[in-house]
Design a protein around this ligand. Structure first.
Ligand code: CA
Length: 483
């Protein structure tokens, strides 16, 4: 079956699943009988190729072999796996359709606005009236509360944390998560005058139209894996205070992302284990190496070295831990995709030029290492094309993307589509497997598969050949949703 949708004067043939043809006929019949009139297109997700037409009185030409029929559709229809992503669209697209009186209507849709309205729109299946994300007030998907803990500095150390920040803000913007706070690590001793990058958070708040609080973590190293730093002055623990406060006040259990040091979450968890048991939905721990049996002599992964006791303490906490080792091991092939390591890389111009101007400027302000506090002014200036072109040709190493999507109820298929975790036919490029893990005080881990485990999981690449391209495509589709 093909759908034909007009954009300006061009017609596009869209291959759609045959499964939806009977559905169209049923909805068509309902529309005819109820004689509904008017309506509008609620959203279309160009990136993932899924469309939902809600209360749409549109003429959609469905072409089957040797026949062409024009159908008028109404109510809520979802076309799955429509390959719209192969097309190039301007920011504004136009759909021509006929109303019930036979007149022609033209609806202009701003693509970014539409993407922003998609909320949980990547979910598969059919959304019936009442389960539709038509506008903000109509959202029914529960947003996952998320606390984001990151070593995000200005000037940047590894810029991957800025890419990750944009990803979680995109999920917040789309309505998948409620970003409860950003906790930035205290700069490590070798940080060379760097500061927690509150400018990046301010920029993302502005871009996503939100006002997520930000705090900095403890600068005091833990003295043991149970050290809750009762001796710390208040100025060192206001970030820990934010963690506890966010958990206490959230009606729903909160997901915590750890992207750098585990120190602050370890301290908070050891201080209030009962709170973590009841209010921490999961910790996505991006640290360590995933080889099943590490040798005590193995080189420790960078995030583990930031706070070994803290890393070890996370495995003691009474809440689910989704462990995302950065590499399988550091001794060899460290830059190749391996089964038990999250690492992948992409060339930045695969994504950067496709982002909104504001998001490109957010990245340029980071790459330019500005420390002038001109975060707002910079977003409103012309973008630095030269700088963006220069960084575009550079590769970026990434680790954490899969966890953000998984925490929001999504996975990624082997060809890079973001789909619901409940999508049974999806062949995910990664999974989380139930395990038993031990971690000694030095951050040396051992794990075994344990299907009876209910609260410890390890990240597992299921298709090492396609993981890198799939994650790059998924991140691109995620970030292009930001306005
Ligand atoms: Ca990091």
């Amino acid at each position: 079956m093909h759908l034909k949708i007009k954009q300006e004067n061009t017609r596009y043939d869209i291959a759609a699943s045959k499964l939806f043809y009977p559905l169209l006929l049923i909805i068509d019949a309902i529309a005819f009988l109820s004689k509904e009139k008017g309506g509008k297109i609620e959203w279309i997700n160009w990136k993932t190729g899924m469309c939902v037409f809600i209360d749409l009185s549109a003429s959609v030409e469905m072409t089957r072999p040797r026949t062409t029929r024009t159908r008028t559709c109404s109510r809520c229809i979802l076309f799955n796996n429509v390959s719209l992503n192969e097309m190039e669209f301007d920011n504004t697209i136009r759909l021509d359709y006929r109303d019930f009186k036979g007149g022609t209507k033209v609806e202009k849709i701003d693509r970014r606005t539409v993407l922003g309205m998609t909320a949980a729109g990547l979910a598969g299946g059919i959304l019936w009236p009442g389960l539709v994300y038509g506008n903000e007030s109509g959202k029914v998907k529960k947003k996952t509360p998320v606390l984001h803990v990151t070593d995000l500095f200005r000037p940047h150390m590894d810029p991957d944390d800025h890419w990750d920040l944009a990803c979680v803000y995109s999920l917040a913007y789309r309505g998948d998560i409620e970003l409860k706070g950003v906790l930035i690590d205290h700069p490590p001793a070798n940080a060379d005058g760097r500061n927690p990058d509150i400018s990046a958070v301010a920029q993302m708040n502005l871009i996503a139209g939100t006002y997520v609080p930000v705090a900095a973590g403890s600068g005091l190293p833990m003295k043991s894996r149970d050290d809750v730093q009762d001796y710390a002055p208040a100025a060192e623990h206001y970030g820990v205070g934010m963690v506890l406060d966010v958990l206490r006040k959230s009606p729903e259990p909160v997901v915590i992302n750890i992207l750098g040091s585990s120190r602050d979450i370890a301290i908070a968890g050891k201080k209030a284990p009962g709170l973590f048991e009841s209010k921490c939905a999961a910790i996505y721990l991006n640290a360590g190496t995933g080889s099943p049996e590490m040798s005590p002599a193995s080189k420790l992964e960078y995030n583990v070295t930031l706070e070994r006791y803290g890393f070890a303490a996370i495995f003691d906490l009474p809440c689910p831990v989704y462990w995302m080792p950065c590499f399988e091991q550091l001794e060899s092939s460290r830059r190749q995709v391996r089964e038990y390591g999250t690492h992948y890389k992409f060339r930045q111009d695969e994504i950067l030029p496709h982002l909104s101007d504001m998001v490109q400027k957010y990245f340029a302000y980071m790459f330019g290492k500005y420390t002038d506090s001109n975060w707002l002014g910079y977003l409103k200036c012309a973008k630095d094309e030269t700088l963006l072109a220069k960084v575009g040709s550079m590769y970026r190493h990434m680790w954490c993307t899969a966890g953000f999507l998984h925490a929001s109820g999504y996975t990624v298929t082997r060809d890079g589509k973001i789909v619901s975790l409940t999508e049974k036919r999806a062949r995910p490029v990664f999974t989380f497997d139930a395990v038993k893990v031990e971690c000694d005080d030095n951050g040396v881990t051992r794990w075994t598969r344990d299907d009876s485990s209910k609260d410890r999981f390890i990240f597992h690449v299921r298709d090492t050949d396609n993981y890198q391209a799939a994650m790059t495509a998924a991140m691109k589709s995620l970030l292009t949703a930001l306005p």
